[in-house]
Design a protein around this ligand. Structure first.
Ligand code: ADP
Ligand code: ZN
Ligand code: ZN
Length: 764
């Protein structure tokens, strides 16, 4: 054999093939020919795959000079010329993620890269024009057109500038940008280039105000963590009530880090929803290179931001979950900060099912720098790390920042409210909340109203009590949700919020032929009832609804928030989207229409979620010297999660919740993994799940408890039956051994039918 291919082998590479082959979780080995001898780790190559040798792409993750049986090894076909090279640090993190979350490496790497990066799409830059800060030398004689441009700019306030080049041309009645370009060339105007996203944020940013002087409590936290900046890995949990100045602590630490010529990484939940954090960052560090990574960007924008980070042309990286996978050099990383660390959006619900916060901690470990997790309502996992295991340093801010008032929080027992209204049906907004809303609007304040459900009504049911038929999705075992639409027959349509299929509203009950009625309530129904009850509240102008039905794009959201910030929108009604990080001084009233939505979920985190929701939403008011008020409607006023959240007592809640979890052997007491088995055929789903259980059992890891299989809470989704097996163990390695061995034996091969979720968040 050797004689036949005298010079053909110039080394070997391990390639993480992108196609989802669970059989080769860590990649496949290929040989390199002469002309590819210099292929290096991080390059994307094309290789033959499978019996048919079809072409497949993948990244090189390792190179080595020799292998044991070279004769059986296929050759790399070619380099992928379009793809950028990945930094080795990023590949290291990818390998960790693939191992920890038991995801195949190739698809994991592919999923880390914005698709535009792989395709190499071009980027969009805005050219922004402004007057020079100091008038330069005596201006040359200007043509009338040039003078027109200068006049147009001078007529604007400093907040309205700079102006995008083409827009400026239009404003100055010019057909071309020639006169503007000549003014820039002669130094009469200055041009800066920015990405579209930067520009949008900088525009949304209030003109710069002097940063506040940190309080003693803030300063000692800043000092404490600053001392650790040069000292390798350390993990910190900052628990501070809403409005206590956590973000200010982050900004000061970021400042310390970039002064040391290092990079700061700031993760925030779904950044498109929090333009304020981005805006504050931009206005605090106007001279710094800031990269923004989140899902609201266009392909081109994302590509550009990614490239900025990859080429090390950056001081601060801010983004949502996926920003933890930015192509950063570990050597330059100086701090990782995770804001609202409890937020569920950090967990990805597709392969690889990683948790952005947990990866952030790992990343800091690899990069040997501090990681800071912040929240008003830390996850019980992080609380355990900070108070039991002692692996995190705990820092606390118990007072709101100077100038902010403490909101008055009132629990309203809805059973009593219904009695007052003397009706059982009752309006979803009880008399107390209604009165408070009235008062708030009369005194010129703004209000936020939170309801956790979209749509007009939760579901449609037969009005005939002895029948009780409920309209469910024919592909999933969940109820269909009513959405109103004026132009449709019978006033709307129904949608399944899981598989998104839609149907017309049925004329009559499918079981008894009786009339159908809408039950439960959703944001859309409340919107209608508010608009009809309050004069001066008009849907679409002074009253706006924010949920995933009305907010299709980041721009939709930005424009509503902008209008709310200006005060033209008086009442903002929404799902939990509005509970996060909004910071508007005009808000005097926050109403939680139904605090009970989460508490009855079949999920061991139901109390934790309820506490978080109530505490976070109450933090949205009183963000100025105007006193704020929060009203929480509930049928469970005695439930500890609701009572303690209303009293702003996180510690007693978290301590007792942690005790309960430890007593029941639930996370964070033990590690958990969840396997979901899906199949269109119910019998096959059952037998697959039984087989899997036996396979897991046969490994004989006695430190692992196996529960199930049982039907999932949502036992059918998009036409597939679903069963689950849960694994628990005090030892993470034992859990991993069990799963890795099961996989090695081929029991998880039907990867499209079995999903593995390590440290699951959603148990539906
Ligand atoms: P959190 O992130 O904990 O909700 P923020 O950092 O957003 O709190 O602070 C809330 C408000 O208080 C912001 O408007 C912020 O500028 C202001 N603030 C923070 N720290 C101080 C301080 N030391 N003095 C005065 N105002 C402060
Ligand atoms: Zn469905
Ligand atoms: Zn019926």
């Amino acid at each position: 054999m050797e004689g036949l291919f005298p010079q053909s082998r110039c080394g070997y590479v391990r390639v993480a093939v992108e196609r989802g082959l669970d059989r080769y979780p860590s990649g496949l080995t290929y040989a390199l020919d002469d002309e590819l001898a210099d292929v290096a780790v991080g390059e994307r190559v094309i290789v033959p795959l499978g019996r048919g040798n079809s072409r497949a792409e993948g990244y090189v993750v390792e190179t080595f000079p020799e292998v044991e049986s070279p004769a059986q090894i296929k050759h790399v076909l070619q380099r992928d010329p379009g793809a950028p090279k990945l930094p080795t640090d990023l590949l290291k993190l990818a390998e960790w993620i693939a191992n920890y979350y038991l995801a195949p490496l190739g698809p994991t790497i592919a999923g880390m890269l914005p698709s535009a990066v792989r395709r190499g799409t071009g980027s969009v830059t805005l050219r922004l024009i402004d007057l020079p800060e100091l008038p330069g030398t005596e201006p040359p004689r200007l043509t009338p057109k040039q003078q027109g441009v200068i006049d147009a700019l001078q007529s604007l306030s400093s907040e309205q500038r700079p102006v995008e080049r083409r827009k400026l041309a239009t404003m100055s009645n010019l057909k071309t940008c020639g006169p503007i370009d000549r003014l820039v060339a002669s130094g009469c105007l200055v041009e800066t280039k920015r990405t579209a996203i930067d520009a949008a944020w900088r525009q949304a940013t209030p003109s710069q105000v002097a940063p506040p002087q940190p309080t003693d409590a803030q300063q000692s936290i800043i000092d404490g963590i600053t001392q650790e900046l040069e000292a390798g890995f350390s993990a910190h949990l900052l628990r501070g009530v809403t409005g206590s100045g956590k973000t200010e602590v982050y900004l000061r630490l970021i400042d310390q880090v970039i002064r040391r010529q290092r990079i700061a990484l700031l993760l925030v939940p779904e950044i498109s929803l929090t333009p304020q954090t981005g805006g504050r960052l931009m206005s605090r560090f106007p001279e710094r290179r800031i990269a923004v990574l989140h899902s609201g960007l266009t392909d081109a924008q994302r590509n550009q931001q990614w490239a900025k980070v990859a080429s090390d042309d950056v001081d601060i990286v801010i983004g949502a979950r996926s920003a933890v996978l930015a192509p950063l050099s570990h050597e330059r990383l100086g701090i990782v900060i995770v804001d609202e660390e409890h937020d569920q959006s950090y967990k990805q619900d597709a392969t690889p099912r990683y948790h952005g916060r947990d990866v952030a901690v790992r990343l800091a470990h690899m990069a040997e720098c501090p990681v800071l997790l912040g929240s008003a309502t830390p996850s019980i996992e992080s609380w355990a790390n900070a108070t039991r295991r002692g692996t995190y340093h705990l820092h606390e801010l118990d007072e709101r920042a100077p100038g902010l008032t403490v909101p008055r929080i009132q629990l309203v027992d809805m059973t009593a409210e219904r009695r007052r209204q003397q009706t059982n049906q009752g309006s979803p907004i009880g008399p107390t909340l209604e009165q408070a809303l009235e008062d708030t609007l009369q005194s010129g304040g703004q209000a936020l109203l939170l309801l956790n459900r979209r749509g007009f009504a939760s579901y449609l049911a037969c009005r005939n009590r002895s029948c009780g038929w409920v309209l469910t999705c024919d592909q999933c075992d969940v109820t269909m949700v009513m959405h109103r639409h004026r132009d449709l027959p019978r006033g709307g349509f129904v949608r399944c919020h899981h598989c998104l299929s839609e149907q017309r509203v049925p004329k009559s009950c499918a079981a008894c032929g009786g009339a159908m009625g809408a039950l439960g309530l959703g944001t859309q129904r409340i919107e209608e009832s508010l608009a009809s009850r309050f004069e001066g509240l008009e849907s679409g102008s002074t009253l706006r609804r924010i949920d995933s039905d009305t907010m299709r794009t980041a721009e939709d959201l930005h424009s509503v928030l902008e209008a709310f910030g200006k005060g033209t929108v008086r009442v903002l009604l929404g799902t939990q989207m509005i509970a996060k990080g909004l910071d508007y001084p005009g808000v005097r009233l926050v109403g939680v229409i139904d605090a009970d939505t989460a508490i009855n979920l079949p999920d061991f985190r139901a109390s934790e979620r309820t506490f978080q929701l109530v505490a976070q939403v109450c933090g949205r008011c009183g963000r100025s010297n105007q006193p704020g008020r929060a009203i929480i409607q509930t049928f469970n006023p005695e439930a500890p999660a609701i009572r303690l959240a209303a009293d702003n007592r996180y510690r007693p809640f978290a301590d007792s919740e942690l005790e309960d979890r430890l007593a029941c052997g639930l996370p964070p007491g033990r590690r958990m993994a969840r396997l979901v088995i899906q199949d269109r055929d119910e019998k096959r789903c059952q037998s697959l799940s039984e087989d899997l259980r036996h396979a897991l059992q046969s490994i004989g890891e006695d430190q692992v408890e196996i529960r199930g299989p049982v039907d999932c809470v949502i036992s059918r989704l998009s036409g597939r039956f679903r069963r689950q097996i849960e694994l628990y163990s005090e030892s993470a390695p034992a859990l991993h051994r069990t799963l890795a061995t099961t996989r090695a034996r081929g029991f998880l091969e039907a990867a499209d039918r079995v999903t593995i979720d390590i440290d699951p968040i959603s148990l539906m």
